[in-house]
Design a binder for this molecule. Structure first.
Ligand code: PBG
Ligand code: ZN
Length: 322
């Protein structure tokens, strides 16, 4: 009989032989910025997540840095929305101003990653421009995506993260960024993103629920493994710097598939619905919250993720779990 238990008995040996470890530097914390001042609006569907006005965002980031959190993913929520998401195209828009203030307050201490998409900025809640049939017009949207990318680059974003699942989005962004001298600005592509019910709570926070229809014409079918791999490999060819799988928990097989087929860094997005499920289960006392949290994060890394985007980041650091 081959015995496996001898290596599991002594805690020091067990610890020494731990194959997957979490590192503080793996984590990226999503934040939401709104117009106004001194605001810290709670979100009912996501305990401990807030919409922050720019002044509150600056305070929050100061606290995050004190905790040791160095990377944030920023989403802007404008005051007024229209059919093409104009606020996202303006140097005076909410996200551009927030990034400028963050960069002048924290410089290179904080990595500011900017979401590149239109669903938070359009009145119809879709991720770009709609055609006369109400379908997302891919190529027209690429044009405003280029404008948005430049606007974020000029504001000082340290990395851009396009989340709209448009065909050709990485090539379009790379081209415009390079032509304007931003050839050193990295792009983290939401390269494999599924049309998922796990995004429900996020759409409350970001006020980005589609007013009609759904996102199935641009986000991927959860049942399709081949397409999931093709999409990420395509973004690698378009010169994305980092790939991503989103959501995380129900798609760890895809994380492993892409890990084995690409040598690029890979991120997972532990999305809003995944966060709220654990949070509510923890609050209800039906699971050991801290342990389940760590087990979940370890699962992401074991599957092959280098970076973990998670709303749990702050509490992981606060409780000294990482
Ligand atoms: C859309 C976008 C989504 C998320 C971030 N950007 C999904 C969507 O609404 O379709 C989801 C993040 C989360 O659920 O935490 N561009
Ligand atoms: Zn979007």
């Amino acid at each position: 009989m081959k015995r496996y238990r001898p290596l599991r008995i002594h805690p020091v040996l067990r610890e020494a032989l731990t194959q997957t470890r979490l590192d503080k530097r793996d984590f990226i914390y999503p934040l939401f910025v709104i117009e106004g001042s001194n605001l810290r609006n709670p979100v009912p569907s996501m305990p401990d997540v807030f919409q922050l006005s720019i002044d509150s965002l600056l305070e929050e980031c100061k606290r995050l840095l004190m905790l040791g959190i160095r990377s944030i993913l920023l989403f802007g929520i404008p005051k007024s929305k229209d059919s093409i998401g104009s606020d996202a195209l303006s140097d005076n828009g909410i996200i551009a101003r927030a990034i400028r203030e963050l960069k002048s307050a924290f410089g290179t201490d904080l990595l500011v990653i900017a979401d590149v998409c239109f669903c938070e900025y359009t009145d119809h809640g879709h991720c770009g421009i709609l055609d006369s049939n109400g379908i997302l017009d891919n190529d027209l949207t690429l044009e405003i995506l280029q404008k948005q990318s430049l606007c974020l680059a000029r504001a000082g974003a340290d990395m851009l993260a396009p989340s709209g699942m448009l065909d050709g989005m990485i090539s379009a962004m790379r081209e415009v960024l390079d032509t304007h001298g931003f050839y050193n600005l990295p792009i983290m592509s939401y390269s494999t993103k599924f049309a998922s019910a796990y995004y429900g709570p996020f759409r409350d926070v970001a006020q980005s629920t589609p007013q009609s229809g759904d996102r199935k014409s641009y986000q991927q079918n959860p049942a399709n493994r081949n397409e999931a791999i093709l999409e990420s490999l395509n973004d690698e060819r378009e010169n994305a710097d980092i790939l991503m799988v989103k959501p995380a928990l129900a798609y760890l097989d895809i994380v492993r598939d892409i890990r084995e087929k690409s040598l690029l860094p890979l991120a997972v997005y532990n999305v809003s619905g995944e966060y709220s499920m654990l949070k509510l289960a923890g609050d209800a006392g039906v699971v050991d919250y801290d342990r389940i949290l760590l087990e979940t994060m370890i699962g992401f890394k074991r599957a092959g993720a280098d970076l973990i985007i998670s709303y749990h980041t702050k509490e992981l650091f606060e409780r000294g779990l990482v």
